[in-house]
Design a protein around this ligand. Structure first.
Ligand code: NAG
Ligand code: NAG
Ligand code: NAG
Length: 767
């Protein structure tokens, strides 16, 4: 048997294997970078090589720019099209700085200015801070203001030291946020990376964590930060920092890390006599993300990889999503946990943790808690008797210093992850979330970045009765051409675009493309994409009722169940037009492929042979096998002649997607025709396809005769079909064979990613 068939068989085996345990996590659609490109769904900004290692990004929606700080460079990209000409600022360290850096024994690539922080500063300027070749520095960048356009300039006379705002080391974890003209930064402030600190930087004052206080921060890896109001009094605004840190041996095994949320008052000025310029409100709690194991032992996901704060109309209550991984050496897995502010506040309002000695266990602090309660802010709501934390009694300051940890951890919504990935394959790196209003409620659409250039788009559905969480993997988008870790995902709700960063550049990708699911009602419903609904003609962006109320009754969508049978019953009008009809010629004793592919990778395909008014399901055996590309007859028999139906089943919805008529040509009748073929002895294959003779540059003219004979055999009135047949069968098979030989796994990857044209649209049948 020809080599390509064996490869195919092998691939089918692999494909089946993977679908056994992976079906749940199988994306419905998988789009390669090329496909995204061809669909006009993506635009790419390609940075000069290496310039986007350890970069920072700022979405500036008012000026419609995406600002990126890379190595020695700042970029300003057009938010509408990141691929359009951009503006650039070169901002490198001075020669002396680089020399000093090299003298200290640092490597050449480290001795550059990596921009680690970009934040809005005032109405005309941004603040940018970089490592400055191990000599942190900050600069002010003038940007457009009002009607001005295209301004992007560094103010050379205002370069200042960046200590406390940028770390020294390029890959040192840093996070920052801005609120009411104050900058909050979490970073390592020194050359040796010993001093981890949370900073508040106002115009004339600062507050920070105590130097070397391991109770507050113990070798933290900073992940995120956000300012969240507690109530309508701005004096009660709190800053939340998310990080992982080491925990002492008694708290949990040796070398363990925990994920934390720490909180301070945004207006914390520190104490007057004690805790001068130190937080008087620093508290922290553990973030739990775990699954219950069979024997009551939970599996904890303790390493926080990324955090996303989903803002809502109610600014006080955003939803918080954490992407976690395990720290275990044996078991690698990822989980997404969702937290609400109620639970986070409950932990901070709950009991304080206490222990007598560092090698004792943590217990509840049961003594008297001083007033005002440690961790509360100097505000009207707290009695208004302190205008600033400087007025706090010493005993409050003493208490907060000795009891920074809350006893209760923060539990996730539903008390378990909303998403689990224990496949052990690719790494998950980033998360962004969009809240989408659909016909049957609100959905949080998760975008998760991987270490191999993909963004997974999915929703999770909680079933209250069954107490289960269903993951619906809608799309898998390859946002970069070559495998590279996704290191940033920024979402613009306004534009409905994602900006995905990696060291190669930034890809802009539309969050939805409803037309891709197909134009039929069933296609649209089965997609279960909350962004999309069937509008009576096509699958399009769902616009919630109230905006275009008159349109509403045409909308069909069922995100929760994907019940196309119920939603689309009686709506499939021109079904005969939409089913793909094909005539295929097979040669007796040779292989023949009847092509059929569902757009959805989650659909199950079944083949039937039409027998009069009935039809019979095809059972695969050593003669016929079902491949991801279609039905393959290994040795076509005369009796295989007939009409075949390819049907897909998804969510109980059955539709015929292809109808293929197979005609088998007898071998001996062809004998004469084929005796002049080019034959490749080693492979038992035709070296060149017999079909498009005129287009084959190497085809000798004698072949024309050959073609004629073939045409005679098949009949001239079938000319068009024969041409199609030739094109598809011979040439495609030849091409495929070459491709398969080269890289079978690549081929497997593209399965289903190849979309079909308008030819296929479903017939609606109900079983
Ligand atoms: C993409 O855009 C190009 C140029 O605007 C257009 O010619 C092409 O048809 C578009 N492709 C799709 C799939 O919309
Ligand atoms: C913003 O800050 C920069 C740098 O300090 C300063 O030069 C500029 O005047 C400020 N702009 C406004 C409007 O205050
Ligand atoms: C027409 C054609 O392709 N015939 C081939 C059928 O398969 C046998 C065995 O592989 C070949 O020898 C024929 O050339």
């Amino acid at each position: 048997m020809a080599a390509w068939i064996w490869t195919l068989v092998l691939c089918v085996a692999l494909w089946r294997e993977s679908s056994v345990h992976g079906l749940k996590n199988y994306p419905r659609l998988r789009l390669s970078h090329k496909e995204l490109w061809e669909l006009n769904r993506t635009w790419v900004f390609q940075a000069t090589e290496g310039s986007l290692q350890h970069y920072s990004m700022l979405l500036d929606e008012t000026r419609e720019r995406l600002i990126i700080g890379g190595k020695n460079t700042l970029y300003s990209l057009n938010l509408d099209r990141v691929s359009e000409p951009h503006r650039e600022i070169h901002w490198a360290s001075s020669e002396e700085q680089v020399e000093d850096c090299l003298m200290q024994g640092r490597e050449k690539p480290e001795c550059a200015n990596y921009v680690k922080l970009i934040q809005p500063y005032n109405s005309t300027h941004l603040l940018a801070c970089g490592t400055g070749a191990f000599s942190p520095m900050c600069a002010y960048i003038r940007v457009s203001h009002g009607a001005e356009e295209g301004v992007f300039q560094l103010e050379p006379e205002y370069i200042e030291s960046g200590r406390g705002r940028s770390p020294f080391h390029p890959n040192s974890p840093t996070t920052s946020t801005v609120s009411r003209n104050q900058l909050f930064v979490a970073l390592y402030t020194d050359y040796w990376e010993n001093d981890a600190a949370l900073y508040r930087l106002g115009s004339h004052s600062y507050t920070r964590t105590e130097v070397g206080d391991r109770q507050q921060l113990n070798e933290p890896k900073f992940v995120g930060s956000v300012v969240i109001p507690d109530n309508d009094d701005p004096a009660d605004d709190k800053v939340y920092f998310f990080f992982t840190e080491k925990v002492s041996t008694t708290e949990a095994g040796n070398k363990a890390v925990y994920s934390r949320v720490a909180r301070v008052c945004a207006n914390d000025q520190g104490g007057q006599r004690m805790l001068v310029n130190k937080w008087s409100s620093f508290l922290k709690a553990r973030l739990i993300c775990s699954v219950a194991g069979p024997n009551g032992i939970d599996t904890h996901f303790d390493e926080l990889e990324d955090i996303f704060v989903l803002k809502r109309k109610d600014e006080k209550n955003p939803e918080i999503f954490g992407l976690f991984s395990t720290t275990s050496a044996v078991f690698k897995g990822y989980a997404v946990c969702e937290y609400n502010m109620e639970e986070i506040r409950a932990a901070f309002n709950g009991p304080f943790a206490h222990r007598e000695h560092t090698d004792h266990h943590w217990g509840v602090y049961e003594g008297k808690v001083p007033y005002p309660r440690p961790g509360s802010c100097a505000s009207k709501i707290n009695g208004g008797q302190f205008s600033s934390s400087k007025g706090y009694p010493d005993e409050v300051l003493r208490f907060v210093r000795s009891h920074p940890l809350m006893f209760q951890p923060v539990q996730p919504v539903h008390r378990r992850p909303i998403l689990l990935d224990t496949d052990g394959g690719r790494k998950l790196t980033e998360i962004a979330v969009d809240r989408v209003e659909a016909e049957d409620g609100h959905y949080n659409v998760l975008f998760i970045g991987t270490d191999d250039s993909f963004v997974l788009k999915l929703i999770t559905i909680f079933n209250k009765e069954a107490n289960t969480i269903e993951e619906v993997l809608l799309e898998e988008l390859q946002v970069f051409k070559v495998p590279v870790p996704v290191t940033e995902i920024i979402i613009s709700n306004k534009r409905q675009h994602l900006y995905v960063g990696s060291e190669l550049g930034v890809t802009q990708v539309q969050v939805h493309q409803c037309s891709l699911y197909g134009s039929a009602c069933a296609d649209c419903c089965l997609a279960r994409d909350p962004y999309c609904a069937w509008d009576g003609h096509t699958c399009s962006r769902y616009i919630p009722a109230g905006i275009y109320t008159h349109k509403r009754r045409f909308r069909r969508q069922d995100v929760r169940h994907g019940n196309a049978v119920q939603q689309c019953n009686g709506l499939q009008l021109n079904e005969a037009q939409s089913i793909s009809e094909k005539l295929v010629y097979g040669v007796e004793k040779n292989s023949t492929l009847l092509e059929c592919r569902a757009r959805s990778l989650q659909a199950l395909l079944t083949w039937y042979k039409v027998k009069g008014v009935d039809m019979e399901e095809i059972k695969c055996d050593d003669h016929i096998i079902q491949t991801p590309h279609g039905l393959l007859f290994l040795r076509t028999k005369k009796s295989d002649t007939g009409v075949y139906l390819c049907r897909s089943v998804e969510h109980g919805f059955v539709q015929t997607i292809a109808r293929v008529t197979l005609e088998v040509l007898e071998e001996d009748r062809l004998e004469n025709v084929f005796h002049r073929r080019d034959y490749d002895e080693s492979e038992g294959q035709l070296r060149s396809a017999p079909c498009p003779f005129p287009s084959l540059p190497s085809a000798p003219s004698s072949r024309k005769l050959w073609y004629k004979e073939f045409m005679q055999l098949i009949g001239y009135n079938n000319f068009q079909r024969v041409e199609q047949y030739c094109e598809r069968m011979w040439c495609a098979a030849e091409r495929k064979r070459k491709k398969l030989k080269g890289n079978p796994s690549k081929w497997r990857y593209s399965q289903g990613g190849e979309r079909r044209g308008k030819a296929r649209a479903p017939r609606h049948t109900q079983d």
